[in-house]
Structures are given as structure tokens and as C-alpha cells.
Design a protein around this ligand. Sequence first.
Ligand code: URA
Length: 232
Amino acid sequence: MSHRNEATAALKALSVATDACRECPLGAYATQSVFGEGPVGAVLMVVGEQPGDKEDLVGRPFVGPSGKLFDRAVAELGWSRDKLYVTNAVKHFKYELRGKRRIHKTPAQREADACHHWLESEMELVQPRGYIALGGTAARSLLGRPVAVMKERGQWIVDEATGRRVLVTLHPSALLRGDPAQREAAWKAWLKDLSVASSLVKKAAVKKPVEKKPSPRPAASHARRRVRMVME
Ligand code: URA
């Protein structure tokens, strides 16, 4: 099997395994887990916080109101969503019930920590050239430290420990919740942040994808171990 097919199969197995994950309490209350989607070798991995109400019901990331806004930005930037790998730091929806409505609740750090190994496996298998962190939870998961989004937004941050390049910006829900009078300015500033990744996306569009040769020491060893563990 090619490296790409093997990694795609491993992602599928991990996706199934997240559904059964009870390493934190969230899985018991959600409809299903929402794993990442997109191709192995995607130029960018886009990481959100956690699935919302719609994503929980549909089982796919960023298909609700935040996802619609993200799709608008992707179109405006001339990117193509099916070339991105889109996922979340936390794989189950956390909410509180108000009457019949399920209201989003920010995941606790211990919940994000418990979920982190799934994201780590996705990163190892997808091997993107850069990461976009949408909001503070995603930024902390990717950089391993608290991140002041408004201070650090709109520039590549290289994580010294891993060499990963992370572009931090606001979560789209912040734009949806923001002051209507500021909405246009906030939208433009968000697009400007995201556009920092455009040169990477465009470069990848002209380069032919490289089929990775299997190395004697598998690159995705952590992810492979996880797949073995969840399948046993
Ligand atoms: N918000 C997120 O962070 N992720 C989703 O998938 C949907 C909303």
C-alpha cells in the first residue's frame, strides 16, 4: 500500500476510535465524535476548537455557521477547502442544555489535553506544511502554551520543539458574535490574517505532490502505535 493510502486508512481507523473515546466525559453526551477531514499531504491543517451543534449532528467539522463563514473566507482567498485538512482540537461537542437548546461550552483545558493525542496523530499522518489555529484553544493545542490570540495573530509562529509553522487567528464564531458595527472591519482583518498562508497554498498548487517513500523508521510512528492500539 502507498504511504498516502496507508495514512488515509489510519486516519479512518482513528476517526472510528475517537467515537468510542471516553478519556474525558464529553463523549458520553455528544451524538458522535467529529474527526478531521481532508487529504493526506494537505498543504494546510486548519484547527478549530470543537464541533458545534450542527457538526455534532452531521459528524463533519465546520459545517455550521462558523463553517459557512470559514467557507466564505476560503472562497474569497481563492483557496479550495477540499485541499485543506480541517479538524478540531477537541473531537466531541461540549454544551449545556437551555430548554431544548444545546449551547456551546468552551472545553476545559483537561478535556483539550485528553484529546490532544488524536490531533497529534492527525498531524503525523497528514504532514501539512503549515497550520492555522482558529482561536485560543486550537492555538494552545498546536503550540503547547497559552496564546494571546489578539497579540499573536496574523503571522507564522514556528514552534521550536516541533518545527511546526502555526498561523494564529480568531475563531470565526468571534466574528459572528462581535459588534455588528465592527463586523466589516473584523472580517477584513480576519481575511488579512488568513492571507498570510496564501503563498503556501499557491506554491503547493503548482508543485506536484511528492509520494513519500516509506522510511526505515516510520515518520508517523506515534500515529501508527495509536492505530495498532485502537484496533487491538
Ligand atoms: N467550531 C469549531 O471550532 N469547529 C467546528 O467544527 C465547528 C464550530
